[in-house]
Unconditional design. Structure first.
Length: 387
């Protein structure tokens, strides 16, 4: 089946981590036997007033990827200028069709701006439109007068909507009660179990090793709150009289502030910066526990990566995380320092079966599994269309 995979979040040379989970979905769909062309239109901040760079190549998984990179010092204006982006997308698709690639399904990723552009394009080409949704902050976006109306119409016109979690599905139905729940099907993110897998730990260590992975950035509305587990670990090591080592993986402008907090609290910490997936897996495999404090999670990729390594997770009781974490693989905490202290203490006192934690998740989010789930959606869409 010919699939046009439309997105505004996708890895670029300057931002290799942007929308990696969407790229993994494209790989999964291709692995299921579909002919996939990724069309990524990405607005990037630049010193230039304006430039457009188009690349057309095959990625390391053999997926054809056309990237339209719009570079501008007025990036936010370009990002919100949907008609301009649609113009470039429409022309790129016209060329694709002229070259022999006739899409059977338009599959957009994230409602803004790709989902709205995909709705217009599907209407123009008279093709079925599917939207995969990953966005945790759709509530604020839907409240915007013009964009909100465009988004709701795009959701309503889509033949299928694929949120990545039960939490996100419920949120969408709460925000847009007119949506047909029968057209919403949950499809999770892809987690590579060839990279994230279980390895035996040393049987005993005098130091408890904790790991955290995120982008540590200052935001007006924070989505990651590492201060909670830093405070909790610092207080706990005094209480239990045991050495604690924290490793924090990832970049971001908040790191100096977090380094100062750890120093003030007397917590031994290592900030290792951004790392490859293989390196992240290595840190997780060597850690006793994974900690993840956040205010919202639509899926929790790093949490599942930790579980695939057999590492028990201590995380916030928010968003989709209660769908993943239970008493057999971790502890859910309310977002107070006191509750985090109790949660970490409970985890330390629990005899987790780490090999079983890893095996329980090994196939659930594999490339083949997710590819098959999306392919089943495509087949259902085609059956419905021709009934």
């Amino acid at each position: 089946m010919n699939i046009l995979f439309l997105t505004s979040w996708y890895p670029t040379i300057n931002n290799p981590n942007l929308g990696v989970f969407i790229k993994e979905h494209a790989h999964a769909i291709s692995s299921a036997g579909n002919s996939v062309v990724v069309l990524a239109i990405v607005a990037t901040r630049s010193d230039k007033i304006w430039s457009k760079i188009v690349t057309d190549s095959f990625d390391e998984n053999g997926v054809r990827t056309i990237t339209i990179e719009l570079n501008s010092r007025f990036r936010d204006i370009v990002y919100h200028a949907i008609p301009i982006q649609y113009y470039f997308v429409k022309n790129a698709v016209k060329k694709l069709i002229a070259d022999g690639f006739e899409p059977e399904i338009i599959h957009s990723n994230v409602i803004f701006p790709a989902g709205i552009i995909g709705n217009w394009l599907a209407d123009r080409l008279k093709k079925p439109h599917i939207i995969s949704e990953h966005w945790s902050r759709i509530k604020g976006f839907l409240s915007k007068p013009i964009f909100g109306r465009l988004a709701i119409k795009s959701y309503q016109n889509a033949i299928r909507i694929l949120p990545v979690s039960i939490f996100l599905k419920k949120r969408m139905l709460d925000l847009i009660p007119t949506l047909d729940a029968s057209r919403i099907q949950i499809v999770g993110n892809v987690i590579d179990s060839n990279i994230f897998n279980y390895k035996e730990r040393s049987p005993f260590s005098e130091t408890l090793h904790f790991c955290a992975v995120a982008t540590w950035a200052n935001k007006k509305v924070p989505d990651k709150t590492p201060e909670l587990f830093i405070e909790a670990l610092a207080q706990l090591q005094i209480e239990i009289k045991q050495s604690i080592q924290l490793t924090m993986v990832g970049g971001g402008d908040k790191i100096p502030e977090l380094e100062a907090l750890c120093s003030l609290k007397g917590l031994k910490v290592q900030f290792v910066g951004a790392r490859t997936k293989n390196e992240i897996a290595n840190y997780l495999q060597k850690s006793d526990y994974f900690v993840h404090a956040s205010t919202i999670e639509t899926f929790g990729v790093v949490v599942v990566e930790a579980l695939l390594c057999g590492t028990p997770v201590i995380c916030s009781n928010v968003g989709a995380l209660p769908e993943i974490i239970n008493e057999s693989n971790g502890v859910l905490c309310e977002n107070t320092v006191e509750n985090w202290i109790e949660g970490i203490k409970r985890a330390i006192e629990t005899n987790f079966q780490k090999n079983k934690i890893a095996s329980d998740f090994k196939q659930k989010f594999s490339t083949l599994q997710i590819g098959e789930e999306i392919n089943n959606v495509y087949n259902d869409v085609c059956k419905v269309r021709f009934l």
